[in-house]
Design a protein around this ligand. Structure first.
Ligand SMILES: CC(C)(COP(=O)(O)OP(=O)(O)OC[C@H]1O[C@@H](n2cnc3c(N)ncnc32)[C@H](O)[C@@H]1OP(=O)(O)O)[C@@H](O)C(=O)NCCC(=O)NCCS
Length: 177
């Protein structure tokens, strides 16, 4: 598999189609379409330079949509990551995050944030494996610190935080953190 490449606005339609397909098994088609609404074209129009795609001869196999805060000079944010189910567990998302960390650190960013739903155990385990800590929320359920109503009524979230910096590649690729 080649190195991740910078995303392009022309990837948008394919990425939306990937979400429909990759989540087609675990969700209804309607739910998969709803999920893809988290990826309107604006993310590729305005943040393709900080978003990444992993592709092979068959096309896009994984992607990361992320950006650097416009409100401060320290934070970077991963909005959405997706991996083809047939490629999961083989380090694709680790490669995307590692590249994102390296580029963000080179651009002077010192911290990365991301969120997920409390029920997304795979995402929580993945972010922990990538060295993220859970930011303290307002209540603890099943050992998880939750931020109640974070994205609106009933939309609780788990919030991840990780510092990045010099030497990022050595830490991130060896899995020390
Ligand atoms: C979560 C997801 C991005 C992980 O992608 P992946 O390519 O399978 O992850 P990797 O193979 O790079 O795994 C990296 C590390 O995370 C761990 N990890 C990944 N998925 C895991 C899971 N479901 N359960 C436990 N650990 C997991 C791996 O064990 C690995 O740890 P290690 O390097 O210390 O051995 C992928 O499963 C996915 O696309 N899920 C659906 C979308 C989603 O939930 N996105 C996140 C919220 S937007």
């Amino acid at each position: 598999m080649p190195d991740p490449r910078r995303a392009r606005v022309s990837d948008h339609a394919t990425i939306v189609e990937c979400v429909h397909q990759w989540w087609g098994d675990s969700r209804t088609p309607e739910q998969a379409r709803e999920l893809s609404l988290l990826l309107p074209k604006l993310f590729l129009q305005f943040f393709s330079g900080t978003s990444l795609v992993l592709e092979d001869e068959s096309g896009i196999r994984a992607f990361l949509v992320g950006f650097y805060s416009a409100d401060n000079e320290t934070e970077a944010y991963v909005h959405f990551v997706g991996v083809d189910p047939t490629l999961r567990g083989q380090g694709a998302a680790r490669r995307l995050y590692t590249t994102f960390f390296q580029r963000a650190a080179e651009a002077g960013r010192t911290e990365v944030r991301a969120i997920t739903s409390p029920g997304n155990a795979g995402s929580i385990a993945f972010h922990r494996a990538m060295g993220f800590t859970l930011e303290a929320g307002d209540r603890v359920v099943d050992g998880l610190s939750l931020h109640s109503d974070y994205d609106g009524p009933g939309q609780d979230r788990v919030c991840f935080y990780r510092r990045i910096g010099r030497g990022e590649s050595a830490f991130a690729t060896s899995g020390w953190l």
